[in-house]
Design a protein around this ligand. Structure first.
Ligand code: HEM
Length: 267
């Protein structure tokens, strides 16, 4: 059976797009019954068909009170893309934790120019690996384009290094401070600015695709295995609860620590 729902096409969904985006608007919900809540909305034989039926009425996002749990259903590609954007998340995390820099990927429609240069450079680098040396040599335009992208990435990293030198942040416990301030215990040498720039690009490129890919697989498999999802959720509730997450919590999140490995094995 094909999903009949066409995202954004219904009157309700359309209306939802017209709302004031800065206002806090409750997520739509079918009127709950006093005792059975939203359970009667669900077709036990084919639950997903219930979502297909409700989406044109309540829009791209709606919630259901299923008594034992509160569910939020997202049914358009655009909205899933917005709320589950692992790529932007990974990028922003490395920027903040590594260099105290905010890429602010969630606040822009376009992906950050650094990410655009990075993906263009990676595509060309991949192609070069599969071409003969002669072909790479004669493809002057491609090489020029590659270097333009690489230089743009270097320029941002150079700017971050220069900014940190202009305005040092001794209290920041990030990789940039370590690279700038720590010397080799034997020789006393420090990293050159050029070396720091190369390391920054490496960390962004190596950490971005890998982490976002792993998280995408992780959420995909968690959603396919509600029992595992539930266990992960229970662990978060038990270890972190309503408090703010701290580094000390990480070592206690044993089940969650194991989930990316399981997702990797399943994939
Ligand atoms: C789930 C996330 C990640 C996965 C699956 C992953 C996977 C890998 C793999 C398979 C290697 C090659 C190991 C080898 O054979 O030598 C590697 C190397 C590397 N990764 Fe990751 N990685 C992840 C996250 C990160 C992050 C977040 C960073 C940095 C911010 C990072 C930085 C690096 C670097 C710098 C290397 C090169 C190490 C060396 O050769 O000295 N990775 N990673």
């Amino acid at each position: 059976m094909e999903c009949p729902y066409k995202p954004g096409g219904s009157a309700a969904a359309q209306q939802q797009h017209d709302i004031d985006e800065t206002a806090n608007v409750p997520i739509p919900q079918p009127p709950p019954h006093w005792f059975t809540r939203n359970l009667p909305e669900m077709d036990p034989a084919f639950p997903v068909s219930s979502f297909w039926r409700l989406a044109p009425i309540y829009g791209d996002i709606f919630k259901l009170d299923l008594i034992t749990r509160q569910s939020i259903v997202i049914s358009s590609w655009e909205l899933v893309n917005e709320v589950m954007n692992e790529s932007r998340l990974a990028f922003d995390m490395i920027g903040i934790c590594g260099f105290g820099y905010r890429f602010n990927s969630f606040y822009r429609d376009e992906i950050h120019p650094f990410a655009q240069h990075m993906s263009a450079a990676l595509v060309e680098a991949g192609k070069r690996a599969n071409r003969t040396a002669v072909e790479n040599y004669v493809r002057v335009k491609s090489t020029e384009e590659l270097m333009k992208n690489v230089n743009a990435m270097w320029a941002l990293c150079d700017e971050l290094v220069a900014e940190r030198k202009r305005n040092p942040k001794p209290e920041a416990r990030d990789i940039l401070n370590t690279m700038l301030n720590v010397s080799d215990p034997l020789t006393g040498d420090k990293l050159s600015d050029e070396n720091i720039r190369f390391n920054m690009v490496t960390l962004l490129v190596a950490g971005h695709e890998t982490t976002s890919g792993t998280m995408s697989f992780l959420f995909y498999y968690l959603l396919k295995n509600p029992e595992a999802y539930h266990k992960a959720q229970q662990e978060v509730d038990r270890v972190i609860g309503d408090s703010v997450m701290k580094t000390e919590h990480l070592s206690q999140l044993k089940y969650i620590e194991a989930t990316p490995c399981s997702a990797g094995n399943t994939a």
